[in-house]
Design a protein around this ligand. Sequence first.
Ligand SMILES: Cc1cc2nc3c(=O)[nH]c(=O)nc-3n(C[C@H](O)[C@H](O)[C@H](O)COP(=O)(O)O)c2cc1C
Length: 167
Amino acid sequence: MAWTKKDPAQLTINPFTLIGKDWFLLSAGTPEDYNTMTCSWGALGELWGEPSVTAYVRSSRHTFGYLEKNGLFTVSVFPEGYRKALAFCGSHSGRDCDKAAETGLEPVGIDGTVTFAQARLVLVCEKVYAQDLSEALMTPEVRGTFYGSDAMHRMYIGRILAAYERT
Ligand SMILES: Cc1cc2nc3c(=O)[nH]c(=O)nc-3n(C[C@H](O)[C@H](O)[C@H](O)COP(=O)(O)O)c2cc1C
C-alpha cells in the first residue's frame, strides 16, 4: 500500500485519541542519521494561518539534539499492532541502542527527512518555533508533579508541509 498525499484539512482524525492514546513517533534527521522517540503529549491545530503540530520534548532526550539541528521533523502514527514498538522507542534511548533494529521499524526518507515504512499517517513538519516551557508560569502542582529534578520540556511548533496517509 502506498501513501497518499492529503490536505491536512481532509484528515479525519481525533487529536485526543491519536496523540494521547495511540501515541506517535517524533523523528528528525535522515534515514542515515536520525533519532526517534515516542510522544503522547502534543497538539494538532492552526497557527499563523497554517496547519500546525506542537510537540513537547525534554532536553534530556537524544531526539532533542536532532530537533535542534534539523529544520524538519515528522510525526508518524502507526496501525494497531505497533504498541510494543512504540513502547520500546519510548523507554530506550537512541544513545544506547538502534531502535529500528530492535523493533523492526524501517526508516525511510520522506521529503528530505525521515519516517518509517510501517506508518499509517505521516505529517512532515517545518520547525517554525521552539521555546522552553517556563517553570515560573506553571502551577506549583504541575511543577512538582512533572519537573522536580527532571529536565524541562521544549515546545516545538511545526508547520505541516505535507500529510501522507496509507490508503
Ligand atoms: C507513551 C509514551 C509517551 C511519551 N511522551 C513523551 C513526550 O511527549 N515528550 C517527551 O519528552 N518524552 C516522552 N516520552 C519519553 C521518551 O519517548 C523516552 O524518554 C525516549 O526513550 C527518548 O528517547 P531518545 O533518548 O532516543 O530521544 C514518552 C514515552 C512514552 C512511553
